[in-house]
Ligand binder design. Sequence first.
Ligand code: NAP
Length: 123
Amino acid sequence: MKPMVNQVLRHISNTPIELIEYCQEQGIVMEAYSPMAHGEVLKNPVIAQMADKYGVSVPRLCIRYDLQLGMITLPKTANPQHMKDNGDVDFEISAEDMETLKNVDRIEDYGESGSFPVFGGRL
Ligand SMILES: NC(=O)c1ccc[n+]([C@@H]2O[C@H](COP(=O)([O-])OP(=O)(O)OC[C@H]3O[C@@H](n4cnc5c(N)ncnc54)[C@H](OP(=O)(O)O)[C@@H]3O)[C@@H](O)[C@H]2O)c1
């Protein structure tokens, strides 16, 4: 079988576990684009509180979360220091906290990015 990849919008607050598990069962590699919701997660107090608990930044928590779900993660930054920091994901989110993060309320408004088809749901 040829290797297959499914690249989809995935971040804390937008995690369809059934799709992720289905693809993984079928041997399809999941890739998460916009793991920080194009920056919108940085405004979420629930995610910020969880990041504080682990002593990490929100981007690091978000990247680690996607990695623990077995997804390749595609974060973006134009800031070299952010890039360096974002690579430091050598910590473990507990199973209990993963469940909490899976159930964070969905980001409904992607702000200015909502006008982009991938965030606005309009293609
Ligand atoms: N296949 C598709 O349809 C599709 C669609 C959208 C995106 N993508 C790809 O997915 C990748 C990421 O997408 P994205 O740009 O939407 O969003 P993202 O990675 O979710 O978020 C990027 C934003 O987070 C900020 N950020 C990153 N690290 C940070 C840090 N340590 N501290 C503070 N802010 C931080 C960045 O600002 P700074 O630059 O200031 O760090 C930027 O504003 C891109 O490579 C993109 O090409 C693919």
